[in-house]
Ligand binder design. Structure first.
Ligand code: ATP
Ligand code: MG
Ligand code: MG
Ligand code: MG
Length: 438
């Protein structure tokens, strides 16, 4: 991408309405624009990151055996009346009437719709286990939308729904998602800690929230510090094997959100130097809720004993758009964002310090073409701008590595290679620079 042809409306000043660093940086780097309270337009740079995050989530869901579909954003109220949640959900649900005065709503979550799909087609235990997911916009009329995409009203969520013939099988499905979540967040450069959580209006008995620790987090959390740096199960995990040991390796340590916290248990189980009480951001939440929806909605399957029984379900959410804020909270410095490689909007950049100078232009075009060919997704700053402005934009938007080309260096046969993460600048020949990056 040539920056002269891209749309990157960076801001010089920090907007006063943004209270936390991730929101400030997303606005300054031209990633999002507020369109209404808690409702955002995704500008091209922000959209590129959103798509990368979405893709990591998708790949890890697929790897764990979940199957993607796409359900609508607008749902009929009838389904929610069937499950009994229509009244209970309260003011967070945006209720809409269509021209025939039929009651509709903008989906805050999809248990009802997916249960209706399931019951229309699946009759037998032989078609199970099944896990269906989608990545779709949700609307929740939050009382206090704030912190940008962290707590929006319209936001992108991945939600998966598992269907099993028994409680025991349902737990196996739960463990798959538990492990898939650890791998997903690790690929984004995040340390997400699974914590015992309240099931709230979704219901059920087994539930974990995945929390990234951050001072600006909205939840108070308590855990054993051993959990924080534990490596993920890894992408070579066999999802058909028994995953309980992987889960227990983590759940044996104390970790709870505020609602589930028990101070005396915390003190009894965790040695003082490992007691971590901190703030965190909820980036994912998984639930096993049995037959809470299948019973009222009559989603039954034939068991192997030839009996009809309500299917056992679980649901598994990831806050895809919230993750942008979460990653920036975890990965930034005073100059701007520092994207982890896998989610960076561009993997590399070429900075031309003197646009219009024949030697500089030629060297930059060459570098740009080679990085592009090598799949390095380069952003080429070919604008007619001062070097200082180009370099500060580069730092603000957080591209992991850059080749900086100027007339003085070229005379000596060198360019600069900058690494955003470790903050180094090295001089070398253009060929060496290309080798280093690709
Ligand atoms: P919170 O406690 O932050 O209100 P929640 O518990 O209501 O979230 P869930 O119903 O568990 O949310 O939804 C699954 C995931 O969707 C959450 O873990 C979170 O990452 C994301 N999410 C929920 N509400 C929002 C929101 N208003 N804006 C952005 N992401 C959200
Ligand atoms: Mg909520
Ligand atoms: Mg919550
Ligand atoms: Mg939750």
């Amino acid at each position: 991408m040539r920056l002269s042809k891209f749309f990157l409306p960076v801001l010089k000043e920090t907007p006063a309405e943004a209270k936390i660093i991730s929101h400030q940086l997303m606005l300054r780097a031209g990633m999002i624009k507020q369109t209404g309270s808690g409702i955002y337009s995704w500008l091209p740079l922000g959209l590129r990151v959103l798509k990368k995050i979405e893709n990591i989530v998708r790949e890890e869901q697929d790897r764990a055996g979940a199957v993607e579909l796409l359900m609508p954003t607008i749902q009929p109220a009838e389904l929610w009346k069937e499950s009994g949640r229509y009244e209970a959900y309260g003011k967070e649900m945006l209720r809409i009437n269509d021209r025939h005065d039929r009651e509709m709503l903008f989906g805050p979550t999809n248990e009802e719709v997916v249960t209706d799909i399931f019951r229309s087609y699946v009759r037998s235990y032989k078609q199970l286990p099944l896990n269906l997911y989608h990545i779709q916009w949700k609307f929740r009329d939050e009382i206090r939308p704030r912190f940008g995409v962290m707590r929006g009203r319209e936001f992108l969520m991945k939600d998966a729904y598992s269907f099993d013939v028994s409680e025991e099988e349902a737990r196996r499905s739960y463990y798959k998602m538990f492990c898939a979540y650890l791998n997903t967040f690790a690929r984004m450069g995040l340390k997400a800690v699974p914590m015992r959580a309240d099931t709230g209006p979704i219901g059920g008995d087994l539930s974990h929230e995945f929390i990234i620790l951050a001072e600006t987090g909205e939840s108070a959390v308590f855990c054993d510090s051993e959990l924080v740096n534990m490596p993920p199960p890894g992408l070579d995990l066999d999802f058909e094997s028994d995953l309980l040991p992987e889960v227990e390796k983590r759940t044996k340590y104390y970790a709870a959100t505020e609602e589930m916290h028990d101070q005396s248990k915390f003190e009894a189980e965790v040695p003082e130097e490992r007691r971590l009480s901190a703030r965190g951001i909820e980036v994912g939440h998984i639930f096993n809720f049995g037959t809470k929806y299948s019973e009222p909605m009559k989603a039954n399957v034939m068991t192997s004993e030839g009996r009809e029984a309500p299917v056992h379900m679980g649901s598994y959410g990831i806050g895809v758009s919230r993750l942008l804020g979460g990653i920036i909270e975890a990965c930034h410095d005073e100059k701007g964002v520092i994207w982890p490689d896998e989610v960076a909007p561009f993997k590399s950049a070429v900075i031309n310090l003197r646009q219009g100078d024949d030697a500089c232009d030629a060297a930059c075009e060459n570098a740009y073409a080679k990085l592009e060919a090598a799949g390095f997704e380069p952003l080429y700053d070919d604008r007619d701008e001062r070097p200082g402005a180009k370099l500060s934009t580069l730092e603000l938007i957080g591209i992991p590595s850059a080749i900086v080309i100027g007339p003085r260096g070229l005379k000596n046969g060198v360019v600069e290679v900058k690494n955003r993460l470790i903050g180094t600048t090295e001089e070398m020949s253009l060929d060496a620079a290309l080798n280093k990056l690709t």
